[in-house]
Write a protein that binds this ligand. Sequence first.
Ligand code: NAD
Length: 250
Amino acid sequence: MSQKVAIVTGGGRGIGRAVGTRLAADGFAVALLDLNEQDASSTAADLEAAGHRAIGVGADVADEDGVAAAVARVVEELGAPTALVNNAGVLRDNLLFKMSVDDWDTVLDVHLRGAFLMSRAVQAHMVEAKWGRIVNLSSSSALGNRGQANYSAAKAGMQGFTKTLAIELGPFGVTANAIAPGLIQTAMTEATAARLKVPFETFLEEAAKQIPVRRIGQPEDIAALASFFCSEESGFVSGQTVYVAGGPLA
Ligand code: NAD
C-alpha cells in the first residue's frame, strides 16, 4: 500500500508542528504548509532527520492562487493528499469598539477563508481516493471570549463548516471533525500574555488554577486527537467538535 499524505497548515510551529510530527510518526508523509516558509522547512528537516518523509511549503492559506500552487506542489513531491489539518491561525484581539475592519478581515480570512480554500483544493484528491480526513482547529473561544469578536466568530464558524463538510463529503469516505482547544502553551498564548503585560509563567500558573486537570495544555494534547481523527479507526466519527481543554466546556 502506498503511503498516505497529510497536509498540516500552520505546520511550522506550535500546535501545527506537533500535529505534523505526530502524523509522521503515524506513517503519513507530511507537508507542513506555513506563511513562514523557514519554520515550515526547518520542521520538515527535523522530521526528515528522524527518518520521515516531509516537505515544508511556504504559502498563505487565504490566497486562492497560493493554495492551488501549494497543493499542486504537495501532489508533485509527496503524492495526492488525503488528510488535511486546517490549523493555521492568527489573533488580532481587541474590544469591539476598538476593532478595526482590518483586524476583523485578517482573522476571518486566515481561519475561515483559509480552511475553505484548503478544503476545496484537497477534497478532489480525497474524493478520488474515496478516503479522506479533514480536521479543523476551532477553539474554546467559539463559546465567546472578551476581546475576540473576530476570533470567536471565526472559530464558531469552523464548527459549522466542519458539520457541512461531514455531510457533503461523507458519501465519498471522507470524515470532517473539529478540535476546540482550551489554553495551549505556544507562541500564540505567549503573545497574549505579553499583550496583557503579564509574565508568561504567571499567566500560565494562574490559568492552570482554573482548569479542572490543573495544568495547561501542550501541543501534543491536540496532536493526539488529530492523530485519532486522521486514523482509519475513526471512520464512523464525523461532524464532531471535541473540546480539548482539561475539563468540560459547553
Ligand atoms: P502559533 O501562532 O504558534 O502558530 C500558528 C501558525 O500558523 C504559525 O506558524 C503561522 O506562521 C501560521 N500562519 C498564520 N497565518 C497563516 C496563513 N495565512 N497561511 C499559512 N500559515 C499561517 O499558534 P498555535 O497556538 O499553534 O495555534 C494553532 C491553531 O490552534 C490556530 O488555529 C489557533 O487559533 C488554534 N488554537 C490555539 C489555542 C492555543 O491556546 N494556543 C487555543 C485554541 C485554538
